[in-house]
Every structure is written in structure tokens, then in C-alpha cells.
Design a protein. Structure first.
Length: 305
């Protein structure tokens, strides 16, 4: 009986210890534990991790200079030296794919950063102020929404000219209106709640309330939308480069690779398949992560997590 009692006490202590560990876990650890239960999210993270690593250190991952011409090696297929073959100028397709990932992620990240940096404060201020100032700010955002995003981007590119910096600005500006609407909606949802009233009663200013209460409540929907728009930015950059309005040759870009490939679709379809698959897989990974984050960050969709 004494032995059974000791074993029972030990098991109870172990359970209480495990419970205390779970309770003491940081929110980030708890979130990752829940995220890791979603295989789709984990696979997407792995894919984006590989793409991000290639974009961060392309010279280590690539096997050749992406802009080096070699007429003797034009339109080769799989070889030990050229894993994905070469294009019509003898440039290594794999190396151009790796360096093109850098362009895609830079444009995606920077354009989303422009959207968040401009739209988040506009939306929070408009929702918090209300009245005439809210009306003016949101009518400006509606004016941006009145144009299809790609058409609006083309108009900006026409004025600024092609180039990766101008493309980033052109893609990011329409995103401002998206994030402004999201952050305004989250602000309107919480501005009348008791904790905001309590903060006002103790003399908290607008800046303190925005930073301590309004901004954290807008975080989840902004993160989810940001992952989705990251993929949109990659598609738009590839489309603009395909049309000759984006990245300037000979700099590698997935869109430029598609432009080159269209002249050799029958002769060498792999030239179009490789960048097309890269764009599709990367954008799909961002969209799937966005779906998983939405399910995890929205209390109404968490279910049994």
C-alpha cells in the first residue's frame, strides 16, 4: 500500500509538473505547438524556409553566375553541370531561379511593409477619431479601391518607370487601402469596450491607447492579410516583369524567365515550367499559411485547438 501511495503521489506530482510547464509556456510556444499540429502549415513553412534561404544567400545556393552568357551551352536540358538546363543564351536556369527568388521575396516583403506602414496608422486613426476625419480618410482609401489593383499599379509604373524599386512602390501603394480598412474595422470593434473606457478615465492619451490597446487588436487580421498579399505581390511582380515593366534585364526575375521561355515553348517547355512552378508553389505556400494563421488567431475558428 505504501508503494502504491508513493507511485500515486509521484504520478500526481508529474502531472502537476507537466501542467505547470504548459501553463508557464510563453504565448509564442503555445502558438507554435498549435501551429505544428497543422501539417499543411508546417509543409508551407518548410517550403518558404527553403525559398527564403535561397533568397538570402543565392551565391551559396546557385551553381553559376545567373547573367553569364555561354552560347555553346544554349538550350541544354538536364546535365550534371546544369541541373535544370539552360536558356537560349546559355544561362543556367537553376541559378536564375535561385536569384529570381531574391527579387520575388524582396518585392513581396517591401510592398507589404509599405501597405502596413501606411495603412495601419491611417485605419487606426480613422476608426478612433470617427466623424469628419474618418470620412475623409476612408474616402481617400475608397478612391484607391476604385481602381483594379493591377491597373493602379500600371498607372504608377507608367509615371515612375520600370525598375524593382518603382515596382515595389507601385505594388505597395494599393495595399495601403487594404490594411487601412482592416485596422479601421478592428478599431471600431474595440473602441467602445470597457478597457478603452477605463484607459480614458485614467487620462491615457490617444498615442498610448493606440499603442497599448488598438494596435494589438489589429495585429492578427493584419498578419493574416499580410501573408496573403505577399503572394499577390509576387504574382504582380512576375506579371510586370513579364510585360517588361518590372525588373530590368539581365537581372534575374521569375517573370523575365517566363518572357524568355515563351519563344521556346515547343522547343524547350522546361524553360516556362520551372519559373511557373516556382511562382505557383511559393504563392500557394503563403496562402496556406495565411489560412492556418486565420484559423489559429481568430477565436471563433479555433475549435478544439
Amino acid at each position: 500500500m505504501a508503494i502504491m501511495s508513493e507511485n500515486t503521489d509521484t504520478s500526481i506530482e508529474g502531472q502537476s509538473s507537466d501542467t505547470s510547464i504548459l501553463n508557464s509556456s510563453s504565448p509564442l510556444v503555445v502558438f507554435w505547438r498549435r501551429f505544428s499540429r497543422r501539417p499543411i502549415g508546417v509543409v508551407s513553412i518548410v517550403i518558404l524556409g527553403i525559398v527564403a534561404f535561397a533568397a538570402a544567400v543565392p551565391t551559396l545556393v546557385a551553381t553559376h553566375d545567373p547573367i553569364l552568357y555561354d552560347g555553346k551551352a544554349a538550350l541544354l536540358r538536364f546535365t550534371s553541370d546544369h541541373w535544370l538546363g539552360t536558356d537560349n543564351l546559355g544561362r543556367d536556369t537553376y541559378s536564375r531561379l535561385v536569384h529570381g527568388s531574391r527579387t520575388a521575396l524582396i518585392v513581396g516583403f517591401a510592398s507589404v511593409a509599405i501597405g502596413v506602414g501606411g495603412g495601419l496608422p491611417i485605419g487606426i486613426l480613422a476608426g478612433w477619431w470617427g466623424g469628419r476625419r474618418d470620412e475623409i480618410l476612408m474616402r481617400l482609401m475608397d478612391a484607391i479601391f476604385a481602381f483594379p489593383s493591377l491597373l493602379f499599379t500600371l498607372l504608377i509604373i507608367t509615371g515612375l518607370g520600370p525598375g524593382i524599386q518603382n515596382v515595389t512602390i507601385a505594388i505597395g501603394v494599393p495595399f495601403i487601402a487594404v490594411f487601412a480598412r482592416i485596422s479601421r474595422g478592428s478599431t471600431l470593434a474595440v473602441k467602445e469596450q470597457d478597457f478603452i473606457t477605463s484607459a480614458l478615465s485614467i487620462g491615457a492619451g490617444d498615442v498610448r491607447i493606440a499603442g497599448r490597446h488598438l494596435l494589438p487588436n489589429a495585429f492578427a487580421p493584419v498578419v493574416v492579410q499580410g501573408t496573403l498579399l505577399f503572394g499577390v505581390a509576387i504574382i504582380i511582380e512576375a506579371a510586370l516583369s513579364f510585360l517588361g515593366l518590372g525588373t530590368k534585364p539581365p537581372d534575374p526575375s521569375w517573370g523575365i524567365m517566363l518572357t524568355t521561355a515563351q519563344r521556346f515553348l515547343r522547343q524547350e517547355p522546361l524553360l516556362a515550367i520551372v519559373p511557373g512552378v516556382a511562382i505557383s508553389v511559393t504563392v500557394l505556400a503563403f496562402n496556406l499559411i495565411g489560412d492556418v494563421l486565420r484559423d489559429l488567431l481568430d477565436p471563433r475558428l479555433r475549435g478544439g485547438d
